[in-house]
Design a binder for this molecule. Structure first.
Ligand code: SF4
Ligand code: F3S
Ligand code: FES
Length: 246
C-alpha cells in the first residue's frame, strides 16, 4: 500500500482540478482508486462505469492527458511519484466531474442507413467468404467507448465540425457496411457528403487510442477513402452522374 496524489476534475465546464492524497494497493487500476476516493473523500464525485472489465465502454476519461479506459489502466504504468490527473473526455460537453454528454455519438449512429441486404437472396442462401467475416468481426469488437472520436483533432477542439463529421467510430461503421458483400446500398457518396470522410487526414490517433486494438485507419478509413476516390474518378460513374443530373 502507498499514498498517491490524484488531481481530478470537479464540477461542470467551469469546474477545476481538485487534489487528493489517496491510498493505492498493488494490482489496482485507476477506477479502483476513483472508487476509493468516492468512498472516503468525495462521495458526490460523478464517475461513469459499468463492467470494470474493458467491455462496456463507459469509463472513458483522460489520464495524464491520454484518452483511456479507467478500468483498464493499471496504476503500475505510472511512476511511483507521478501525479495522476484525471479529466473528462474533452470533445464532449461535461455534465459533471468525469461524466460527459456523449449524445453526439448516438445522433451520428442514428444517421447511418441500416444494413440493406438484397431482397432476392432467400434466407439461408447467402454465403460469406472468411475474409469478409473477419473484416466485419474486427469492426464488431468496438465497445463504443468513443475514445477514438474524442481524440480525433477534426472535432476535438472544433465544435463547428461536429455537424459535418461523424468521427472515426461511425465512418468505420459506414466502411463496414460499404464493404459488406450482401449490402446493396452505395454508401460512398454519403461517406463523403454527409459523414465528412474528407475531413479525415489519416493522422491515426484514433487507432492509437482504441482499447480493442481495432485498426480503424488502415482497415476501415483508408479503404473507404479509396472506394470514394474510385467512384469519383471512374469515367463510367462520372458519365452516369452527369447524364443523371440533366
Ligand atoms: Fe472505442 Fe475503438 Fe470503438 Fe472507437 S473503435 S469507440 S476507440 S472501441
Ligand atoms: Fe481523425 Fe482518425 Fe482520421 S484520428 S483524422 S479519423 S485517422
Ligand atoms: Fe466497462 Fe471500463 S467499466 S469498460
Amino acid at each position: 500500500m502507498s499514498e498517491r496524489t490524484f488531481r481530478v476534475w470537479r464540477g461542470a465546464a467551469d469546474g477545476e482540478l481538485t487534489e487528493y492524497r489517496v491510498e493505492v494497493n498493488e494490482g489496482e487500476v485507476v477506477l479502483d482508486v476513483l472508487h476509493r476516493l468516492q468512498a472516503t473523500q468525495a462521495p458526490d464525485m460523478a464517475v461513469r462505469w459499468n463492467c470494470k472489465a474493458g467491455k462496456c465502454g463507459s469509463c472513458s476519461v483522460e489520464i495524464n492527458g491520454r484518452p483511456r479506459l479507467s478500468c483498464m489502466t493499471r496504476m503500475s504504468v505510472f511512476d511511483e511519484d507521478e501525479v495522476i490527473t484525471v479529466t473528462p473526455m474533452r470533445t464532449f460537453p461535461v455534465v459533471r466531474d468525469l461524466v460527459c454528454d456523449v449524445s453526439y455519438n448516438y445522433d451520428k449512429a442514428r444517421e447511418i442507413p441500416s444494413f440493406t441486404p438484397d431482397p432476392k437472396t432467400e434466407p439461408g442462401d447467402f454465403r460469406m467468404r472468411q475474409v469478409d467475416v473477419e473484416r466485419s468481426q474486427e469492426f464488431r469488437k468496438c465497445i463504443e467507448c468513443f475514445l477514438c472520436n474524442n481524440v480525433c483533432h477534426v472535432i476535438r477542439d472544433h465544435e463547428e465540425n461536429k455537424e459535418h463529421f461523424s468521427g472515426p467510430r461511425f465512418l468505420m461503421r459506414v466502411a463496414e457496411l460499404e464493404m459488406h458483400p450482401e449490402d446493396t446500398a452505395d454508401r460512398r457518396k454519403i461517406a463523403q457528403e454527409e459523414f465528412g470522410m474528407g475531413y479525415c487526414n489519416i493522422t491515426k490517433c484514433c487507432t492509437e487510442v482504441c482499447p480493442e486494438g481495432i485498426r480503424i485507419t488502415d482497415n476501415a478509413l483508408i479503404p473507404l477513402k479509396e472506394r470514394v476516390v474510385d467512384r469519383k474518378y471512374d469515367p463510367l460513374v462520372w458519365l452516369g452522374s452527369k447524364i443523371g443530373t440533366r
